[in-house]
Design a protein around this ligand. Structure first.
Ligand code: SAM
Length: 222
């Protein structure tokens, strides 16, 4: 199947930044560890299975591996990111591919989605949310984090916060808090919400800790 243009652009951009991501992990180590521990605690699940979407350098996966999960799986479109992540999280099963076009044969207790949902145009972001819902076990738990903005918008743009990707263009959606919460509401209920002001890059992050709602969805492709 041919990849969509925006998916190809994102793959190229993240292949270009993989080495720099790897070097920068120390900046995020403390916060990522806290997030993983909070997800595990709030989920209340014992020895859960975890799926991470777009793990990048694999830092969060390394904490999941360390802190009492039964098994960890991750999917990333960038082969270069996967080779970086594999070194950090050697016990994870990595799937190389586009989340939306990959078939999964199992369900997961926890799905971890950091800095990922904003890489899709609205119509595909809706498919991502729906697919997360369908891959989540009953009583499953989800973490979604993205930057938030005054108003939603989306387009191809340069990724300026990494030297290696200054000349590559990727697809980026800026979510308003209201719009994202509205899209999430039919699938998940909010257990906890946290903001972080990343002053260095002038970004406001929102982390959503979510429980799966029980509802029946009409059947169609996720
Ligand atoms: C911004 S990085 C986030 C990395 C990590 N989650 C973090 O918070 O540091 C986004 C990651 O998602 C991957 N990605 C982008 N689009 C994808 C897709 N359609 N399917 C799977 N992975 C994708 C990229 O290759 C990249 O590793």
């Amino acid at each position: 199947m041919q990849m969509k243009r925006y998916i190809l652009a994102n793959k190229k951009a993240y292949d270009a930044t993989a080495k720099e991501y790897d070097k920068r992990v120390k900046e995020y180590a403390y916060l990522d560890k806290l997030k993983v521990l909070r997800v595990l605690r709030l989920s209340g699940l014992k020895k859960p299975s975890v799926l991470e979407l777009g793990p990048g350098s694999g830092l969060c996966l390394s904490y999941f591996e360390k802190y009492g999960t039964r098994k960890t799986t991750a999917i990333d479109i960038s082969p270069k990111m996967i080779s970086v992540a594999k070194k950090r999280s050697p016990n994870t099963r990595f799937i190389r591919g586009d989340f939306l076009t990959t078939r999964f044969n199992e369900k997961y207790d926890i799905i971890f989605v950091q800095a990922f949902i904003h890489l899709f145009p609205l119509s595909d972001a809706r498919r991502v949310l729906r697919k997360i819902y369908s891959l989540l076990a009953n009583n499953g738990f989800v973490f979604i984090a993205t930057t938030i903005h005054e108003a939603s918008s989306e387009d191809f743009s340069r990724k300026k916060d990494y030297t290696a990707s200054k000349n590559t263009v990727r697809y980026r959606r800026q979510w308003s808090q209201k719009d994202l919460l509205q899209e999430i509401k039919p699938y998940f209920s909010l257990a906890y919400k946290r903001y972080r002001n990343e002053r260095k890059y002038k970004k406001m992050w929102m982390g959503l800790y979510l429980r799966k709602r029980h509802r029946s969805l009409p059947t169609s492709n996720p």
